[in-house]
Design a protein. Structure first.
Lengths: 127, 127, 127, 127
């Protein structure tokens, strides 16, 4: 049983790592109150990812059906663009929650979170 | 019934648009012999697209499970990069088959295919 | 005379906007002590930008000399990549100085700086 | 003395590599008549590159003047985008001249030119 499942069945506190990367202690009652980088946008992020998954599956069907290369390429570019948009949304949430909180706390955690964010931005820019 | 399905059931010639965008006449017997931009790499392209579809589904599960933003972003960048690689493979096939053939044929078809390829490259570079 | 020039000639305090976007008060004596987003990396950033300027000028000479398209394209890709690297360095400095400070200060300034940083990241990712 | 300089002083034929990568024989009189990938757009390409060079120099001055990071980043993104546009223009010319001609000629030259074009596109997409 995963920690999150345990929390759903008991009120005993469990230690989980939140979306901000902090270990947080939560119980069934406080579940969801932890610091969540993309907490508010979770439903929107999931909806967009499911649409992208559908786009990729549609591209597979285009290739299976020997559809014209250029049309396949157009759909791939659209999916790439959509993935980048979702990444920018997540990054904005991450800066506004995790990085903001870490910067306010200061110290090594702030250094670490800022270095991590820079790394993620670089990977995205170069992807 | 789609043309490709018709061809599967009868030997009567059908007119379909091949992956190079040319209308080609094929029958059940010649099916697959038409000019196919990504014909040789079709299995490879499909395998890569299915892997990307799996990556996107895994990213959805990460978000559902409130996994750390930075880890989610790393996976999105990897998927974006994989999509671009598949696009570059398709584009290389397209240049080597469709564009090469159209350029050899010359005339308006050549103009059209070259303009289309440029457009697809621009969309990819800016995606 | 610009504020920065005035400060060079007199010790009277002048109000300038630092690289973090805050209005800071500085005199000839304190000049350079203000919060500078890329302060530490200023020499490195300038050296890289000058190298990129030289690369672009070399590309012009290649075109003037009718050099082979593919070689020109290779150099343009290298310059694009170098510009992105300089942007990532500036962004890292910006996050570590301006955004960190604003997040620690909290309030509207934090909101504004975080929104600005997200906007800059999005422009870079889509450029 | 470079071949192009020699051609400027004498009418003796010289062997130079044109912008399409073919070795062409030209004299002072025929100079400029060779197959030029970006021949028609040469003035436009040069004008754009000079504007980009000016943009990069302006960015250096912004950094020297301790201008706000975000404003510097905005200008870098604009220059990156402008460089990509110039690359897409050159690539379009290259496909329409060099690749079209090579494909029409066929054989090994066609293979080589198409492989080169794919490589240049991949570098641009990943830059």
């Amino acid at each position: 049983m995963r920690a999150s499942e345990a929390a759903a069945y008991s009120d005993a506190p469990v230690r989980v790592v939140g979306t901000c990367g902090y270990e947080i202690v939560e119980s069934a009652r406080t579940k969801g109150d932890g610091m969540h980088g993309y907490g508010d946008d979770k439903a929107k992020v999931l909806a967009r990812l499911r649409r992208i998954e559908g786009q990729v599956r549609a591209i597979e069907q285009m290739v299976e059906g020997d559809r014209y290369c250029i049309d396949v390429l157009t759909q791939i570019s659209a999916s790439t663009s959509a993935l980048k948009s979702v990444a920018l949304l997540l990054l904005d949430d991450h800066l506004n929650h995790c990085v903001r909180q870490a910067a306010a706390d200061g110290g090594e955690v702030a250094d670490e979170k800022l270095a991590e964010a820079s790394g993620a931005i670089a990977r995205l820019v170069r992807s």
